[in-house]
Design a protein around this ligand. Structure first.
Ligand code: AMP
Length: 515
């Protein structure tokens, strides 16, 4: 299948050609016709599948045929959980709509609201927004939804994880009843399905990659190592492996800062990206990383979510995530768009339960490779796919970025079949990164980081925000329809599965000629 077969017009096809896309990814092959036909869509798709173009291209096509938005009106609203994702989606809209006479803007918290109000004054065809700032703008009459034709919820699962459910419900309540709804989510938990129930009507359900499976082109392995040796080990891996750029995940903001300093002290350019950083600092770090000026980007889960960094060869889990599904999201940063990648996890004995959760979720025992000079004093216990080795109750929901506590209980037991990789010789380096998460206090009840908007930012007059909601609640739901392929760009597209009966044509505006 080519893009020409999908019913997109010449200006959009031209923009696609400029991007160098030769064929639609499976989600695009399914979502584009469904959206063009006016259906609601519910898609299980992660970042890296080409989902952004999957909804942006047909929306541009639909909007190009309709009437312009009135003052302060938006014809399409794309809601994203984080500022970074909003910025990226906004960029995609601009790129794909380059040859169309359309207007779009991006609004999110953490930056001045006035310029955003000005941009909205004349109305926009596409508005990309994070929920909190959108509510602020709406309360100040800067944005209205009478002309709204399409609503997109991007990364809906993460929006719920971040506690945006009330904002989302309020926003939905402000929209015209007659509209087209597109919902994208990496996973479909009970909560997501509940939200979907009140949102989409007879949706076309699309699922493009097996839930919780990594792209096959990603080589995954773990390095058993004592916690205090993780920093020096990472530096060794970078040097010995001659790494170019890598994205490193830490569990905590504090851990991200600390590791960044350690890397810089070792002469490796690095920047941290997390919720305590200003929007400017985050944008700068990402831009510097994309420009190749920074070798290592150290990120927490929420900050990194949805970052579109192409063809990253290395992803490192400096700490394993509390939520095993975040492991899949993390390693989705590599091996994207068919490129091969390597995902390495530095795992200390106290993380064995997290490791086991990940392995059972992905149904794959991760290969263990010890690095000479970094063999752990505290053995990483054996894990199996079938027998839970948990020695404690399921973890309580933890904030993704709270400081973790370190329970080094597992100090014996054989290790899984392991392969030793010798990257060099020399004495076991002394542990410089002493605490690395150890002895830190946890902050129960803390809100997941404000990657989208802080509770009140420099300009924010927001009085209320939903109470903290943890990101760690296990997401148990199944994807809406059967998986149909592994590689996002390598064929394997299945058919949309249901909901073909909805009358087409979202909003009547669409049929009117453009003035
Ligand atoms: P997304 O899943 O929307 O974050 O997209 C992931 C990456 O895939 C982005 O860098 C896109 O530019 C790229 N991409 C989107 N569609 C295609 C395609 N059909 N062929 C190749 N790359 C694509």
């Amino acid at each position: 299948m080519t893009f020409d077969d999908l019913g997109l017009s010449a200006p959009i096809l031209k923009a696609i050609a400029t991007q160098g896309y030769s064929e639609p990814s499976p989600i695009q092959a399914k979502a584009i016709p469904a959206v063009l036909e006016g259906h609601d869509v519910m898609a299980a798709a992660q970042t890296g599948t080409g989902k952004t173009a999957g909804f942006t291209l047909p929306i541009l096509e639909l909007l190009s045929k309709g009437r312009r938005a009135g003052p302060n009106q938006a014809r399409t609203l794309i809601l994203t959980p984080t500022r970074e994702l909003a910025a990226q989606v906004g960029e995609s809209v601009a790129v794909y709509g380059k040859h169309l006479n359309m207007t779009s803007t991006v609004v999110f918290g953490g930056v001045k609201i006035n310029p955003q109000m000005q941009k909205l004054r004349r109305g926009v065809d596409i508005l990309v927004a994070t929920p909190g700032r959108l509510m602020d703008l709406h309360s100040q009459n800067a944005v209205k939804f009478d002309n709204l034709e399409v609503l997109v919820l991007d990364e809906a699962d993460r929006m719920l994880d971040m506690g945006f459910i009330h904002d989302i419900k309020r926003i939905i309540g402000l929209l015209p009843k007659r509209r087209q709804n597109l919902m994208f989510s990496a996973t479909f938990s009970e909560d997501i399905r509940k939200l979907a129930k009140g949102l989409v009507r007879n949706p076309i359900e699309i699922s493009v990659s097996p839930r919780n499976a990594a792209a096959p082109s990603v080589e995954q392995w773990i390095c058993p190592v004592d916690k205090k040796q993780k920093g020096p080990l990472l530096i060794k891996l970078i040097h010995d492996g001659g790494w170019g750029q890598a994205l490193v995940f830490t569990k905590t903001k504090h851990g991200a800062n600390k590791l960044t300093k350690l890397l810089e002290a070792a002469g490796i350019t690095a920047a941290a990206i997390h919720g305590n950083k200003s929007q400017g600092a985050r944008t700068r770090a990402l831009a510097d990383f994309k420009a190749g000026e920074i070798r290592l980007l150290v990120a927490t889960d929420i900050a990194a979510r949805g970052l579109d960094i192409e063809q990253l060869p290395q992803v490192v889990n400096f700490d394993l995530p509390n939520v095993s599904e975040d492991y899949v999201h993390r390693i989705g940063r590599t091996g994207r768009a068919g490129a091969s990648g390597q995902a390495i996890s530095l795992v200390s004995a106290d993380e064995v339960d997290l490791l086991s959760d990940i392995e059972r979720l992905t149904q794959k025992l991760l290969e263990r490779r010890e690095i000479e000079g970094f063999e752990p004093d505290q053995n990483l216990p054996v894990t199996t796919l079938n027998k839970p080795i948990r020695s404690k109750k399921p973890r309580k929901a933890l904030n993704n970025e709270t400081n973790s506590t370190d329970n080094s209980r597992h100090n014996n037991g054989a290790t899984n079949a392991k392969k030793r990789t010798v990257y060099g010789h020399g004495p076991k380096p002394g542990g410089k990164l002493k605490s690395g998460g150890r002895n830190q206090t946890s902050r129960p009840g803390g809100r997941s980081e404000g990657s989208s908007e802080p509770r009140s930012d420099a300009n924010g007059n927001r009085a209320s925000r939903p109470a903290s909601r943890s990101a760690a609640a296990p997401r148990s739901g199944a994807a809406p329809s059967k998986p149909s392929g592994n590689s996002p760009y390598g064929g394997g597209g299945g058919k949309p599965t249901s909901g073909r009966n909805r009358p087409s044509g979202g909003n009547s505006n669409r049929s009117s000629g453009r003035s």
